[in-house]
Every structure is written in structure tokens, then in C-alpha cells.
Design a protein around this ligand. Structure first.
Ligand code: DAK
Length: 267
């Protein structure tokens, strides 16, 4: 596998799992324009080359023990005018969309502060695992800003409108336990080692299933999550029907009948 050289992110492949680490530990992995640009490029490279690389899932995490991502880079933001802020916001929004629509599952492994743009980046992943000591927050209003990387949209969809408003309007941080109770986090772990091991294990578990079926169900959930049920069902029907055109579906059903494990190819 060959990928571009990046300065602010690390990429490592462990068997069928790709681990992306935001690597600005001294700045608590704050999202500078460079981080956003490099992450965008890396995801494009993964999408373009994954037929060769064979990744079955990605883990997004932060370097060190203290932070996943402590938000957009506040220092950089102080130098922005209206135009550059809009460009920055668009870069971040497009990146969250790119994560959300990756053809393979993406788990956010949150190990410490997930604030502002960091919380938003985690929410664009398929689900969030976190260490018990992690802290979540959308403190933008304290800076005279609003969440700009999709937070006003995704948080309400994940935890409900009223909880999202309380969270955003107060700008108060919450514990990982509270985030778990709200449904923002799906599993908690005592330390980073356990967190990473569990995320790897989950992707390895998913890797036994049909990649095409995972992709189709991911898109059906993503596209249907906030539209009328009738329209969501139409969308589900289309993805369901598409499954019948895949070799994975033929293999999975045949394997069941032949009482053997399926050998999925992702086609
Ligand atoms: N940006 C830049 N640097 C940061 C940072 C951040 N978000 N967070 C931490 N750092 C830097 C600190 O400045 C410090 O750098 P040095 O002074 O050592 O050079 C270093 O990381 C270590 O941080 P601390 O010394 O502060 O560490 P502590 O343990 O004392 O405190 C903390 C940890 C996480 C409580 C604290 O660092 C903190 O409050 N950080 C800021 C958290 C925050 O407010 N995050 C939200 C950022 S706002 C938009 C686009 C995007 C957004 C909004 C709109 N549009 C275009 C519309 C997104 C906004 C945000 O994400």
C-alpha cells in the first residue's frame, strides 16, 4: 500500500483495519486547515485504492492520552474573515460528509476531549466508542460561534432535538458516562488500549459479513434517518433490491443452504 506523506495525521493498516490518528498531540489534536485538508485527501486515497488494500473498516482516533480532538483550531479561526471562515466551514462540513458516506464502516475511538469540531467529527462516524475519562462538548457559543461542522444537524438526529439544544446552548461539557446515557456513545472502556482493541474487534466481526450488504444498509440508514418513514422505506427498498444484484447475496444465501460459512468478496 502506498499513501501520500502527511504531517498532521498518521495512517496505519492492521490486517483489514485502517487506523487514522490525528497527530497534533501538543495542540490536543485541534483541527487546523492542514488537518482537514490531509484527512480529506487520505479518505479519497482510501476510496480510490481500497480494492487493492482490502480494508473492512476504519478507526478514527487522536494521538496521546488526553484528547481525541479539542475542536477546530481556535488560533487559526481568530485570523479568519467571513470568506475564509465560510471556506473553512465548508472544508470541515465536506469532510464530515465524506466520513459519513465512506463505503466501509468508520468507528470514532474517543480518548479524551472531543470538543466542538472534535465532537462533530466523531458524530460523522458510524458510531462512537470512548474511554470513561473522555469529555464531550459543543462549547462554540462560549466563543461567539455555532457548531460549524454539522453539529447542529447531527447531534439533534442522534440524541433528539431538545437534548441537542440544551447541550449546544449551554456549551457545557459532559462526561463520557452521560454521553453514553444520551446515546451519543455506544460503548465505554477503561483505557485507550481496551478502546482500540474493542474497535478492532468490532471491525473484525463486521469483516465476516458481506461488505456490500453493510454498505447498502449503511446508506439506507444514513439516507432514511430523518425523512418520512414512507420515503425512508422507498430508499430501503432500493438498497434492498440492489443487494440482489450482488455476488455477496448469492454467496451468503447459498452458503446458508449448503450449511457452510460464506466467502464474501464484496462484489
Ligand atoms: N484550538 C487551538 N489550540 C488548542 C485548542 C483548540 N481548539 N485546544 C487546545 N489547544 C492548545 C492550547 O492552546 C495549548 O497550546 P499551547 O498554549 O501549549 O501552545 C495546548 O493545546 C494544550 O491545551 P491547554 O494548555 O489548554 O490544556 P488544558 O489541559 O489546560 O485544557 C482544554 C484542555 C481542552 C479544556 C482546553 O485546551 C480548551 O478549552 N480548549 C479549547 C476547547 C474548545 O473550545 N473547543 C471548541 C473549539 S470551537 C465554523 C467552523 C468550525 C467551528 C465553528 C464554526 N464555521 C466556519 C462556521 C468549530 C468550532 C470549534 O470547534
Amino acid at each position: 500500500m502506498s499513501i501520500s506523506n502527511f504531517e498532521t495525521i498518521l495512517f496505519e493498516q492492521k490486517d483489514e483495519v485502517g487506523i487514522i490518528t490525528i497527530n497534533r498531540e501538543k495542540k490536543l489534536n485541534a483541527l487546523s486547515e492542514q488537518v482537514l485538508g490531509e484527512l480529506t485527501q487520505l479518505l479519497e486515497e482510501i476510496k480510490d485504492s481500497n480494492k487493492d488494500w482490502g480494508l473492512k473498516g476504519l478507526i478514527l482516533t487522536g494521538a496521546g492520552e488526553k484528547a481525541f480532538i479539542a475542536g477546530a483550531d481556535i488560533k487559526e479561526m481568530t485570523e479568519m474573515d467571513l470568506e475564509t471562515a465560510k471556506k473553512f466551514g465548508k472544508l470541515g462540513q465536506d469532510l464530515t460528509l465524506s466520513i459519513e458516506n465512506m463505503p466501509i464502516p468508520v468507528i470514532a475511538a474517543v480518548n479524551g476531549f472531543a470538543l466542538g469540531g472534535g465532537c462533530e467529527m466523531a458524530m460523522s462516524c458510524d458510531f462512537i466508542y470512548a474511554t470513561e475519562a473522555s469529555i464531550f462538548g459543543q462549547p462554540e457559543v462560549k466563543l461567539g460561534l455555532i457548531p460549524g461542522f454539522g453539529g447542529t444537524q447531527r447531534l439533534a438526529r442522534i440524541v433528539g432535538r431538545n437534548r441537542a439544544k440544551e447541550f449546544i446552548f449551554t456549551g457545557e461539557n459532559i462526561t463520557a458516562q452521560r454521553a453514553y446515557e444520551m446515546g451519543l456513545v455506544t460503548k465505554l472502556f477503561t483505557n485507550k488500549e481496551e478502546l482500540m482493541a474493542a474497535a478492532m474487534k468490532t471491525i473484525n466481526k463486521m469483516a465476516k459479513n458481506s461488505p456490500m450488504a453493510i454498505y447498502h444498509s449503511k446508506m439506507a440508514v444514513n439516507k432514511g434517518v430523518d425523512i418520512e418513514v414512507e420515503k425512508g422505506l422507498d430508499s430501503e427498498l432500493n438498497y434492498f433490491a440492489s443487494s440482489f444484484a450482488t455476488e455477496d447475496m448469492k454467496e451468503g444465501t447459498l452458503a446458508f443452504i449448503e450449511k457452510r460459512s460464506p466467502n464474501f468478496t464484496g462484489k
